[in-house]
Design a protein around this ligand. Structure first.
Ligand SMILES: NC(=O)c1ccc[n+]([C@@H]2O[C@H](COP(=O)([O-])OP(=O)(O)OC[C@H]3O[C@@H](n4cnc5c(N)ncnc54)[C@H](O)[C@@H]3O)[C@@H](O)[C@H]2O)c1
Ligand SMILES: [Zn+2]
Length: 346
């Protein structure tokens, strides 16, 4: 079993990685108490049943799958269930799902009785390498993503790669976009691993590389005032594209697909851009997309991360060597226009 310790003073916790950990939750987490298991309708039912068997007093809530679940109504539903079941400060919440479940369940744990123990057992690649560690929990509100939330670290995270065996290929690729991001930003060997013919047979190594990357950055900057901004590589334009072309009614692009597109123009070295483009293609992620540059630019400006003067973007001049750069909104507008003309990735 691989063990990574997230060193955050009193908020420190372990991230454990091994196939089959779901069936060892009873031994690795403290479940001899009231446990709210939060999952969703896309996660195989058997996963929650296997977890519930290991808890003394489980209450399972299965929410509808999809981003729409990250809202006040669902938060209320979780809080109500805990209240009805007589949960106390000694009770805990376990998220068993992707980032949607993790963000919502973590937020519920952060505010029930001013905070009870929270464990995360992520079941998508994206949540295993990204959202389950770092302590950002949130819901969406008034159409704005993640606008109501908290920093609330889990007590422990169990990463069980076996759970990914049921994940649809497109969701796997969605998570791989964030792994490619980690490689470009600071992990050249991870990028090289992804380029290997048989990369996916080394899934544990891929997970470990991506987790080490995120752990290091979060440790340096728990509350996102500096280095953690590096995690936004590909996300400035990516979020803009997501606002305009993102998933709705089952159509449109997933987050990772938009981030992949957003990374390409931020690779300032043409050879690196080519490398990233090839990787995206290989893992079934889009590399070009016609879009309306003004709509994407407007969405970028709308994003809470930009100010009137400008915006901090992350650029990569070489594999493993990304850095922050202050740019004007004009600069960004021109970049987006150029990409739209050429078609991102061409
Ligand atoms: N907190 C953070 O730091 C952070 C970071 C990145 C993303 N996020 C958030 O994460 C969310 C996206 O997470 P996601 O990509 O995991 O999406 P998701 O949680 O919506 O899961 C994607 C789909 O996969 C299904 N699914 C989950 N596990 C499965 C499994 N093992 N087998 C089959 N199907 C399975 C789900 O039901 C869902 O339909 C967004 O809301 C985003 O804002 C948070
Ligand atoms: Zn992302």
């Amino acid at each position: 079993m691989e063990e990574l310790r997230m060193e955050l003073g009193p908020n420190s916790y372990d991230i454990l990685l091994q196939k089959g950990l779901l069936d060892r939750a009873g031994e690795l987490l403290s479940l001899d108490r009231q446990v709210l298991i939060v999952t969703d309708s896309g996660v195989p039912r058997s996963y929650a049943a296997r977890l519930a068997r290991q808890c003394r007093a489980p209450v399972t809530v299965r929410l509808p799958q999809g981003e729409l679940t990250k809202r006040f109504g669902m938060l209320q539903r979780l809080l109500r269930r805990m209240l009805q079941a007589g949960f106390t400060r000694e009770s805990c919440v376990v998220a068993l799902g992707g980032g949607v479940v993790g963000d919502l369940a973590g937020f519920a744990a952060s505010c029930y009785m001013r905070g009870i123990d929270f464990y995360n057992i992520p079941t998508t690649l994206l949540s295993q390498v990204d959202s389950s560690i770092g302590g950002k929990v949130a819901i969406d509100f008034e159409g704005v993503k993640n606008i109501v939330g908290a920093f609330y670290q889990p007590r422990r995270v169990l990463i069980d790669p076996q759970l990914l065996s049921t994940l649809p290929p497109r969701q796997l690729a969605n998570g791989l976009a964030e792994v490619i991001k980690a490689g470009v930003v600071a992990e050249a060997p991870l990028l090289a691993l992804l380029e290997q013919e048989d990369a996916l047979s080394h899934l544990d190594q891929i997970l470990l590389g991506a987790l080490r990357f995120k752990k290091r950055i979060v440790e340096q900057d728990e509350r996102e005032s500096g280095p953690r901004k590096l995690l936004n590589f590909g996300h400035t334009i990516g979020h803009g594209i997501e606002s305009v072309c993102g998933i709705s009614d089952g159509k449109g692009l997933l987050h990772g697909e938009c981030v992949g597109l957003g990374m390409l123009p931020m690779c300032t070295d043409p050879a690196l851009r080519l490398r990233v483009g090839k990787l995206l293609e290989r893992y079934g992620l889009p590399t070009h997309l016609p879009f309306d540059p003004n709509a994407v630019f407007a969405a970028v400006c709308h994003d809470k991360k930009s100010t009137a003067q400008g915006v901090t973007v992350v650029i990569a001049e070489e594999a493993g060597g990304a850095r922050l750069k202050e740019v004007s909104l004009d600069w960004l507008h021109r970049l987006i226009e150029r990409e739209a003309e050429e078609g991102i990735g061409r």
